[in-house]
Design a protein around this ligand. Sequence first.
Ligand SMILES: NC(=O)c1ccc[n+]([C@@H]2O[C@H](COP(=O)([O-])OP(=O)(O)OC[C@H]3O[C@@H](n4cnc5c(N)ncnc54)[C@H](OP(=O)(O)O)[C@@H]3O)[C@@H](O)[C@H]2O)c1
Length: 215
Amino acid sequence: VKIAIVGTGSVGQTLGKRWSALGHSVCFGTRNPAEARVQQLVSETGHGASAATVADAVRPAEVVVLAVPYDAVEQTLRGAGELSGKVLIDATNPVVMGADLLRRGLLIGHDTSGGEEVARLAPGARVVKALNTVGATVMAAPQNGSDRAVLFYCGDDGSSKQTVAQLLGELGFDPVDCGPLSTSRLLEPVGMLWIALAFGGRGPHFAFKMMSVGA
Ligand SMILES: NC(=O)c1ccc[n+]([C@@H]2O[C@H](COP(=O)([O-])OP(=O)(O)OC[C@H]3O[C@@H](n4cnc5c(N)ncnc54)[C@H](OP(=O)(O)O)[C@@H]3O)[C@@H](O)[C@H]2O)c1
């Protein structure tokens, strides 16, 4: 799969390295492809990965991963070029990172969500909310023996969700379809729960698990 990873922070780096190693064609979309830090990331990633401006990375991509801070989403999508028809994985959480993170919590919710706002800003994109409910440490290694971390996702387009579930499964997750994109209103609080536990003393090395009972 041709994947554009937009944002070269913790999430972008982790996903880009992993999907690249799994044989996918990864291009990092970044504000500054020439930056030494970005070039270093490209060489560490290997497997033919590259870096380009966000618009140049997005153009040939089948799947685009949005991994920028929430307050940079609007500007990033406006500069991303044509996203119509592409699978757009929204990994963001509508929070402001920093000392106030836990006190402020989610910036929006109840009657909309980050996922729905992303869809509004990227008309025609097939938005799938995913990868917002665990930390980047979990994305790096979502398995513990045969146990797989659950990864909730949602979206309005069935075939896009199949593509995303396949990509999540390859990473080692147990992907769970949670329904339409409006379910982002529930998945973003789950992301906030993971953040609250991680920052509240548990640290980042844990994940949620789905299991069958009473069957
Ligand atoms: N960290 C986690 O464990 C985690 C887990 C799940 C979801 N998320 C969500 O995923 C998104 C990315 O998280 P992250 O931890 O990877 O963030 P991060 O480390 O801060 O990196 C974000 C990247 O976004 C790009 N960017 C574009 N516009 C920006 C701006 N105005 N200011 C700062 N960076 C900008 C930058 O890449 P370039 O310089 O290359 O453009 C930057 O490296 C966030 O929305 C976060 O809520 C994070």
